[in-house]
Write a protein that binds this ligand. Structure first.
Ligand SMILES: Cc1cc2nc3c(=O)[nH]c(=O)nc-3n(C[C@H](O)[C@H](O)[C@H](O)COP(=O)(O)OP(=O)(O)OC[C@H]3O[C@@H](n4cnc5c(N)ncnc54)[C@H](O)[C@@H]3O)c2cc1C
Length: 442
């Protein structure tokens, strides 16, 4: 590397992508900028549940890294570990990359909260594959139920549960509910046979939202046929059942786990200061104490608010993008020999979809619900989606939806024979579940 150095960004998600774009504008030409990610795109997570619910096609929520400034050198690779003292990053193929500044923006994974069986027997909603898998499996279960004569097996196939009533859990159950009801109508199953449930251990849904909006969301989900159980946690998950802490055993074969996040597992192998949740313990300028030139932002970091309140920034895309831009400024200032600045940002609000036609929004102190909130959600997230092509694609998907013509995934075009199961599985819910998962994840 030349004399001015090399800035290495790990993770091209919300934080890393914005940091790379801003660094490209701020840094002199002879500073190298490298961005590494396992995927050649940024996943636009706010619309992930729209993919699961068949409202938007998967390729429209991927912002390709090729649209970044040309001076950002992108490497598609899996990162294995890093030596923070020498600032050397090791990739899974054994190759290494050395830098003068390393920015960690590696995001998070699902937190299963040590609930027995949860990791083995539930689906998650974090990646594009997760959304596709949930959609495919849900539809196949409903279609399989249409062919099923055994009442117990039919009930099992038609029971869908989401654990966790934060905004992603709420959006997940809303999308899943619309999807399975549409599919049931397509194959002639009565909506009364469907059991769609959401369980949340806290006293209310979406702690981030004002209580009034959370109550509205709970009410609307109920009207749409979702059984919302507040103050109820999951105690154990098996291949074909979910046991709740009130003793109820739900014969669910499809459970989506949405009870929060934990920092990227790669952090476990790093011996450095970590916060209460296991994320990088950085200062309010994103610097890792004791490791000059090592920075961390987004879901993999615990970033204190500089107001002395002792609180930390929430792991949201809204925060991560601003942190990306701010850390770029701090790295540029450091390279120029100037002082770093603390990060100060107040979230503009929270939005959540609660069905294909309704939402809740708390923006600039205003509480909006129902169709206006749904429109607001659509407008804001469409504008924020990077890339004109992606935006047009999403708009077309929504227009198709408005005219009752949903985006049709490949699995839907498969012949019916591909979703039937041999009779040896009848009466053995666990085996059927495994088979369904096996088929759905192919
Ligand atoms: C379903 C869902 C809905 C959401 N909705 C909203 C919303 O409406 N509004 C909002 O503000 N937030 C929302 N969020 C939260 C938001 O997605 C995160 O807070 C945000 O993505 C964090 O940004 P980040 O840059 O820290 O990490 P990410 O955006 O997750 O980026 C991390 C990147 O690191 C890469 N990576 C990880 N490990 C490795 C490795 N070992 N090797 C190579 N690459 C690696 C990943 O591929 C990824 O590209 C939602 C999240 C989910 C799951």
């Amino acid at each position: 590397m030349d004399k001015l150095g090399h800035v290495l960004i790990l993770g091209a998600g919300f934080g890393g992508r914005d940091a790379a774009a801003k660094l490209a504008r701020l840094l002199p030409r002879d500073v190298h900028i490298t961005l590494i990610d396992r995927n050649p795109y940024m996943l636009y997570t706010p619309m992930l549940t729209e993919v699961a619910g068949r409202s938007v096609s998967p390729q429209h929520i991927q912002a390709p890294t090729r649209s970044l400034p040309r001076r950002v050198h992108f490497v598609e690779a899996e990162i294995e570990t890093a030596d923070l003292q020498s600032k050397v990053v090791t990739l899974v193929d054994g190759s290494t990359v050395r830098a003068d500044h390393i920015l960690f923006a590696l995001g998070s994974t699902t937190n299963f909260r040590d609930v027995p069986g949860a990791e083995q027997h539930s689906l998650t909603m974090k990646t594009l594959d997760d959304a596709r898998r949930a959609r495919t499996l849900a539809q196949r279960r409903v279609r399989q139920a249409a062919l099923e004569k055994d009442a117990e097996m039919r009930r099992h196939l038609l029971t869908f549960t989401v654990a966790g009533g934060g905004y992603t859990g709420v959006e997940t159950i809303a999308a899943l509910n619309d999807l399975v009801r549409d599919t049931a109508a397509e194959v002639g199953i009565s909506p009364h046979e469907l059991q769609v449930g959401l369980v949340e251990p806290a006293k209310r849904l979406m702690a981030e939202m004002p209580e009034e909006l959370a109550s509205y969301a709970e009410h609307r989900l109920g009207v749409d046929g979702v059984q919302v159980q507040i103050g109820t946690g999951v105690e154990e998950v098996g291949p074909a059942f979910t046991t709740l802490n009130n003793g109820t055993r739900i014969p669910t074969g499809m459970l989506i786990w949405d009870t929060g996040i934990q920092p990227n597992p790669l952090l476990k192998s790093l011996d450095c200061p970590k916060g209460k949740k296991g994320g990088f313990e950085v200062d309010s300028a994103f610097q890792l104490q004791g490791y000059p030139g090592v920075w961390a932002i987004g879901d993999c970091a615990e970033i204190p608010k500089p107001d002395g309140s002792g609180s930390f920034y929430e792991p949201t895309a809204q925060n991560a993008t601003r942190q990306g831009q701010h850390v770029a400024m701090n790295i540029a200032r450091t390279i120029r020999g100037q002082n770093v600045q603390p990060f100060r940002y107040k979230q503009v609000g929270e939005l959540a979809l609660i069905s294909r036609r309704r939402g809740v929004a708390y923006v600039f102190g205003l509480k909006v619900s129902g169709v206006p909130a749904w429109l607001l959600w659509r407008a804001i997230y469409l504008v924020k989606m990077p890339g004109l092509g992606q935006r047009l694609g999403i708009l077309l998907d929504w227009l198709r939806l408005a005219f009752g013509r949903q985006y049709v995934p490949v699995s839907r075009r498969l012949p019916a024979a591909s979703v039937t199961f041999s009779s040896r599985h009848r009466g053995a819910p666990g085996a059927v579940h495994k088979e369904l998962v096996r088929v759905a994840t192919r």
